[in-house]
Ligand binder design. Structure first.
Ligand SMILES: [Zn+2]
Ligand SMILES: [Zn+2]
Length: 391
């Protein structure tokens, strides 16, 4: 029996887990109940586990010795008030599994159910490590996300490869998408203050209008991608926040600006940071000033070419060539990137479109087709099984 057949037999169980997690979502680094739900299932399966990794994460092992592969699921929800009228609607008002991480946890537990059976029957040799990771969506006070903390705490030290997946609400359910090499972007943020000096709105010439200075800066920022970066390369800078002024006849003294910087390659990333600095330096040409701080965030998610091909073959065998697609590069970011930097890794997508309604990720009406959960479980289990038998 293939893992897909076996996973289909587990569908009700996995949906029940997903719905329980969906009804009880928890924000980044607060996944206490979620972790408990995970450990209860691992305990039932007789799988040893450790809690408190990266604060609220859980790691577990099946088997021992080489080869060693890690399977990862993220566990956190988002600060969104759910607008779906479903029986498993969030009972934690203002918190919602609007990215599908509830399905990731259910899927990884499904893989654990199947793999633990096979280990017990002596069918598998080597180690499968399960990483139930907190805080993919947010960072703590030190600016670190759950995946990054797991890497720093050594959770990837004793594995040879790491595999993760994301359900995607806009992609046809039942399909698997993978690509080799750069997949998701690096995400940095910037915060800035443009400093002029304020005055009477009627006597602008007696002030140094920081809003006018900001317009020069924003124009320059919007020219960076089209005029400064090699058009063959990818990048984006978006100014996402701008705050200044209160009264309609007073020129403020300063403007606060902030936004996001996305890239795939270090060289482009460095260039974007340098040119952003230059854009703000325009304020000085007119006698103003600025403060700019850039914070490096998630790394680009880069799939190991061999592992990507490995997963593509597995997907083809499980769901058929007609249901396997090439994933497109995305400007979105993932903290799986830290794991894939630490060890050869592959991150792939499982289509989970529920109905004709558009249900974007991070949206109050986000939802998925739950039949994607056993497919994810089967993909993870089969990837682990083949990795152990072929390495
Ligand atoms: Zn998300
Ligand atoms: Zn996500």
């Amino acid at each position: 029996m293939t893992y897909l057949t076996r996973a289909h037999a587990l569908t009700d169980k996995l949906i029940a887990i997903r719905r329980d997690l969906h009804a009880h979502p928890e924000l980044a680094f607060q996944e206490v109940r979620t972790a408990q739900r995970v450990t209860e299932t691992l305990h039932e399966l007789g799988i040893e586990y450790t809690t408190g990794i990266a604060k609220t994460g859980v790691v577990a092992y099946l088997g021992e010795g080489a080869p060693r592969i890690a399977l990862r699921a993220d566990m956190d929800a988002l600060p969104i008030l759910e607008a779906n009228a479903v029986e498993y609607k969030s009972q934690n008002d203002g918190v919602m599994h609007a990215c599908g991480h509830d399905a990731h946890v259910a899927g990884l537990l499904g893989a654990a159910m199947m793999l633990s059976e096979d280990f017990k029957q002596g069918k598998l040799k080597g180690t499968v490590k399960f990483l139930f990771q907190p805080a993919e969506e947010n960072t703590d006070a030190e600016g670190k996300s759950g995946g990054r903390r797991m890497v720093e705490e050594g959770a990837l030290d004793d594995v040879d490869a790491v595999v993760g997946l994301h359900v995607v609400s806009s992609m046809p359910s039942g399909r698997v998408y993978v690509r080799a090499g750069p997949f998701m972007a690096a995400a940095d943020t910037f915060e800035a203050e443009v400093i002029g000096h304020g005055g009477h709105g009627a006597y602008a010439h007696e002030s140094l209008d920081p809003i006018w200075l900001s317009v020069q800066v924003i124009n320059a920022i919007h020219g960076i991608i089209s005029r400064r970066v090699d058009p063959i390369k990818q990048g984006v800078i978006s100014v996402c926040a701008i705050h200044a002024g209160l009264a309609l006849n007073v020129i403020p003294g300063s403007v606060q600006l902030g936004g996001t910087i996305r890239s795939f390659e270090t060289r482009v990333q460095d260039q974007l940071h340098a040119d952003l600095e230059r854009a703000f330096a325009l304020t000085r040409v007119f006698g103003g000033d600025y403060k700019l701080s850039i914070t490096k965030g998630y790394l680009p998610t880069v799939n190991d070419p061999k592992l990507a091909e490995f997963v593509r073959v597995i997907a083809t065998d499980l769901v058929g060539a007609e249901n396997v697609g090439e994933a497109e590069m995305q400007m979105g970011a993932e903290d799986f990137s830290f794991m894939a930097r630490a060890k050869p890794g592959v991150f792939f997508n499982v289509g989970a479109k529920k109905d004709e309604q558009s249900r974007p990720h991070h949206n109050a009406i986000f939802d998925i087709d739950e039949s994607a959960i056993p497919i994810g479980a089967a993909m993870l289990a089969e990837t682990a099984r083949r990795y152990l038998s072929e390495h």
